[in-house]
Design a protein around this ligand. Structure first.
Ligand SMILES: NC(=O)c1ccc[n+]([C@@H]2O[C@H](COP(=O)([O-])OP(=O)(O)OC[C@H]3O[C@@H](n4cnc5c(N)ncnc54)[C@H](O)[C@@H]3O)[C@@H](O)[C@H]2O)c1
Length: 316
């Protein structure tokens, strides 16, 4: 199958490349290497890489025209500077619009979009059902939500996956790489007083493999998660245990203005419609991630959040 992956040099995209190339798929990656890295994409038969932005209409037209993808996985996203509304809008809105436009033009069979749980804003219900109202309140959340809505307008099958925190090779965002790096260097940590759901990449692969082949897939949105919430302090304790140290006392800080206290997605509908369910436990998910860092190290750690505890929103 010919699969175009936008943002294919990022964490999820590059894992999909590693997973799908040995299975015989041909893949074209479009990436501007803002948070992804060129070197994670091997020089290997069946993998093509185009450097540039999904917001560049000419580049997108050429890429779709020459590669003629059957499936598009839209993984590119801008989030690393919460004040850069222009870049977030260009990548997350215009990028999605161009993915939709080019996919329609080239008769793509299916678009799989990755969405952030921040589309739900501060949830009124936990776990968050997939029909919960959309209420994003950050530049990343707002622009990703607009992008998803444009994709859902396209008259072809679009599956938008609202993702939990997926753990796997090269994860460079969130508490696990941060605690691992800091505790190992004997530096102080703090835990935000928040709860999240963490999911292992192997469970994500199972779903993605299924989505490539499943027939008669209607357009729709799906929560992809374990449905289980765990505090950031629990993550901290597992990292300390893994490193063989008694967890140092750690301040628990209230979430910043752009953060959400509890975000746990309800996967019930996804399980029912797609017949998919996670299988890796929370502790095993975090431990696998830490074993990967032991073997490969942690690269730069990015965040879509402003400083925790901050009470005022920055202007763009
Ligand atoms: N990883 C998770 O647990 C998670 C959770 C929720 C949502 N998501 C969504 O999944 C997708 C992938 O996330 P990730 O964790 O792999 O992030 P990532 O930052 O590792 O990957 C994003 C990739 O997009 C690229 N990119 C950014 N702007 C671009 C542009 N204008 N044109 C082309 N490429 C561009 C980056 O260089 C990077 O390689 C994103 O859409 C994100 O919103 C991920």
């Amino acid at each position: 199958m010919r699969i175009l992956i936008t943002g294919g040099a990022g964490c999820l995209g590059s894992n999909l490349v590693e997973h799908w190339i040995p299975a015989g798929h041909e893949i074209l990656v479009i990436d501007n290497f803002t948070t992804g890295k060129r070197e994670v994409l091997p020089e290997i038969g069946g993998l093509y890489v185009k450097e540039g932005s999904v917001a560049d209409g000419k580049l997108m037209e050429e890429a779709f025209g020459s590669f003629e993808p059957e499936v598009v996985v839209h993984s590119a996203a801008s989030y690393k500077d919460p004040k850069n509304w222009i870049e977030d809008t260009a990548t997350n809105v215009m990028g999605a619009v161009l993915v939709a436009k080019e996919s329609i033009r080239k008769g793509v069979k299916r678009i799989i979009n990755f969405q952030t749980a921040l589309c739900y804003g501060h949830p009124q219900q936990i776990p968050v059902p997939v029909n919960h109202p959309l209420a994003p309140f950050t530049s990343y959340g707002i622009s990703k939500t607009a992008g998803e809505l444009y994709l859902l307008l396209a008259k072809l099958p679009v599956i938008s996956l609202r993702l939990a925190n997926i753990c796997g090779p090269r994860l460079a965002i969130g508490p696990i790489p941060t605690f691992y790096k800091r505790l190992k260097a004997e530096r102080d940590c703090f835990c935000s007083d928040t709860v999240r759901d963490f999911m292992d990449i192997s469970d994500f692969f199972t779903l993605m493999d299924e989505l490539l082949v499943i027939s008669d897939l209607p357009t729709g949105v799906f929560n992809v998660s374990t449905g289980e919430g765990h505090s950031i302090k629990e993550v901290y304790d597992i990292v300390a245990k893994f490193l063989g140290i008694k967890p140092p006392e750690v301040p628990i800080i209230s979430p910043g203005i752009d953060d959400v206290a509890v975000m746990v997605l309800d996967p019930t509908q996804t399980e029912r419609i797609l017949g998919w369910k996670t299988s890796v436990s929370f502790e095993e998910t975090i431990t696998r991630q830490l074993k990967w860092y032991e073997a490969h190290g942690v690269s730069d750690v990015f965040s879509h959040l402003m400083q925790p505890g901050k009470k005022e929103r920055d202007e763009c």
